[in-house]
Structures are given as structure tokens and as C-alpha cells.
Design a protein around this ligand. Structure first.
Ligand code: AMP
Length: 170
């Protein structure tokens, strides 16, 4: 199934010059939703056990939890500043359109656990790099950063020292 047909381009959102990749048509279609999660799991390295899947707020939560269920792994939310209730580690990062901080619970990852990081879009790579740093500071091992889409012209994968996989490349 070609999930590209279910990605909608929105020009100048959330600000002028950004071509926003809208995944809501994909989420709304039952066959596309299931196929997308199945295809993302096929990208995962088979040789390594994955203990935890991280989803990055907010769109990374959806496929991230579907991947975790398929891999029989735990799901860990990484959230924007001030949203997680327990003790957190924080990391600030640059976005394609702004600057922000991400947080993880201090007990989310145990030393030596194998972690897969998922988000909908890899753009400049600042977000995923911040999450890799959060995982590594807790002693986790990032086995892959996995995305529905990669905006290749922004060279985000050059920011990441881990394997990177995406279903669609623009
Ligand atoms: P970056 O840190 O630049 O790789 O940006 C990645 C984050 O911003 C992801 O959480 C994406 O959901 C979001 N994002 C960045 N650019 C876009 C885009 N053109 N369309 C949709 N989401 C985007």
C-alpha cells in the first residue's frame, strides 16, 4: 500500500515558507493506518531486541505506540517542557520553525536498554538528536531513529549518530 497517497501538503503552515506534511488523512484511513505501522515495523532491525519505543510529542505518539505494541516493547513518551508529571531530564533543541525543550522521565529507560525512537517527520534533525541525547544520558542504546517521512534536503540524518530509517523520502 502506498501511504504517500495519504500525506497532505499544507503550504505556509505553521508559518510562511514551511510545507507542512499533514498525516491526518493517513490516520483517518483504517487500511493506511495499519499498513503504515506494519511498514514501520519492517524497517526495524531484526537482530536486536527492542525494549522501549519512544514517541515524540505529539504526532510521534500515534505510530510509536502502534510500533511498541507490534514489537511487544514498552512505550515511552518524550514530551514538551512542563507536561510530564514526575522528575525529568530536559534538552533544548532547534526546530525547522522555532526552538523548544523536550523532557523524559528520569526512570523511563534503564541502563543498557535498547531503544527505538519514532517521530512522524525528520526535518533538520534537531528534535531527534535531542531525544538521542536524552536516551544516552539515561544509559539507553538507540538502535534506530525511525520516521514516516524524511525531508532529505534538510540533511537531518547528518545530525544523528544512529541508524536512520524512513518510509518516504522527499
Ligand atoms: P526537526 O527537529 O527539524 O527534524 O523537526 C522535526 C519535528 O518537527 C517533528 O516532530 C515534526 O513533526 C515537525 N516538523 C518539522 N518540519 C515539519 C514539516 N515540514 N511537516 C510536518 N512536521 C514537521
Amino acid at each position: 500500500m502506498n501511504i504517500q497517497d495519504y500525506i497532505r501538503d499544507i503550504t505556509d503552515f505553521p508559518k510562511p515558507g514551511i510545507l507542512f506534511k499533514d498525516i491526518t488523512p493517513l490516520l483517518a484511513n483504517p487500511k493506511a493506518l495499519i499498513s503504515c505501522a506494519d511498514q514501520l515495523v519492517e524497517l526495524c532491525p531484526e537482530a536486536t531486541r527492542i525494549d522501549k519505543v519512544i514517541g515524540i510529542e505529539a504526532r510521534g505518539f500515534i505510530m510509536g505506540s502502534m510500533i511498541a505494541e507490534r514489537l511487544k516493547a514498552g512505550f515511552i513518551p518524550v514530551r514538551k517542557k512542563g507536561k510530564l508529571p514526575y522528575d525529568v531530564n530536559s534538552k533544548s533543541y532547534n526546530l525547522e520553525y522555532g526552538k523548544d525543550s523536550l523532557e523524559i522521565h528520569v526512570d523511563a529507560i534503564k541502563e543498557g536498554e535498547y531503544v527505538l525512537i519514532h517521530d512522524d517527520v525528520l526535518a533538520t534533525g534537531g528534535t531527534a538528536k535531542a531525544v538521542c541525547d536524552l536516551v544516552e544520558e539515561l544509559g539507553g542504546v538507540v538502535v534506530q531513529c525511525n520516521f514516516i517521512m524524511e525531508l532529505g534536503f534538510l540533511k537531518g540524518r547528518e545530525q544523528l549518530n544512529t541508524p536512520v530509517s524512513a518510509l518516504l523520502k522527499y
